[in-house]
Design a protein around this ligand. Structure first.
Ligand SMILES: Cc1cc2nc3c(=O)[nH]c(=O)nc-3n(C[C@H](O)[C@H](O)[C@H](O)COP(=O)(O)O)c2cc1C
Length: 224
């Protein structure tokens, strides 16, 4: 795949085959992805890559925190309860299409809780990459840097037939993550990336998110 095809082909994968991902492949993806740019080349990202029992323990810890209604304390600020427009509309249209594919109706709270739980289980991916940043990094541009490396991981993964979903939801309960993984309090847990071989039979595989046309969001200056 050339780079343009790869960029166009990437989409969030929320259903995986159980097949394990070889450690060597995950290492190669990270070695490629760290070529991502960062402010002043600070490379604030650190990775914790999980599979097997420790990942299963983490899924359990996340679910326990959810069931116990543990307050959210994510490493980066969480979105407001009510988005303003145009963001709310975009978020809603994604959610409506996702739940339509899942067969979860508007008032089907059980279905919605089951989906939230699936998210907290990292969509049952066979491996997960957590991106962390040391607490000593006080320059909030690290969030941007983590974004460049996360997208590069997602693109590089395609080269190996792997799918990913950049996932903020799983950072809601950092204490549960620390308990299950031993990640120290000196590391902010920024984002999680479930990674594995996509399951094309998963209903959400058909989800194709939309984009605002470039014409609506671009101001061209000095072209005529
Ligand atoms: C910072 C960030 C956080 C995200 N968090 C979640 C999440 O918690 N759960 C989820 O299912 N998808 C999550 N996503 C995936 C987005 O929903 C997805 O990228 C968007 O709907 C566009 O769809 P696409 O990735 O298929 O193109 C996140 C993406 C980003 C960049």
């Amino acid at each position: 795949m050339d780079i343009i095809e790869t960029i166009r082909a990437r989409k969030s994968i929320r259903g995986f085959k159980p097949d394990p991902v070889p450690q060597g492949v995950l290492r190669e993806i990270l070695e490629i992805a760290v070529r991502a740019p960062s402010a002043n080349n600070t490379q604030p990202w650190e990775f914790v890559v999980l599979t097997g029992k420790v990942l299963d323990d983490l899924r359990e810890a996340n679910l326990e925190a959810f069931t116990n209604r543990t307050p959210f304390t994510p490493g980066i600020p969480i979105p407001p309860d009510k988005w303003g427009e145009p963001y709310r509309g975009r978020q809603l249209s994604l959610g409506i299409e996702l739940f339509r594919l899942l067969g979860v109706g508007k008032d089907d709270w059980e279905g919605k809780v089951a989906w939230a739980e699936k998210g907290l289980r990292f969509f049952d991916a066979p491996a997960v990459i957590l991106i962390c940043v040391d607490e000593s990094d006080q320059d909030t541009v690290y969030i941007f840097d983590c974004g460049t490396v996360a997208q590069t991981i997602a693109l590089a993964a395609l080269r190996f037939g792997l799918g990913t979903c950049i996932q903020r939801h799983i950072t809601n309960y950092p204490e549960a993550i620390r308990k299950a993984t031993g990640i120290s309090a000196s590391k902010r847990i920024i984002i999680g990336i479930p990674i594995g071989y996509p399951d094309p039979d998963c209903p959400t595989y058909k989800l194709q998110s939309t984009r605002e046309p470039v014409a609506n969001i671009t101001t061209w200056l000095g072209f005529d």
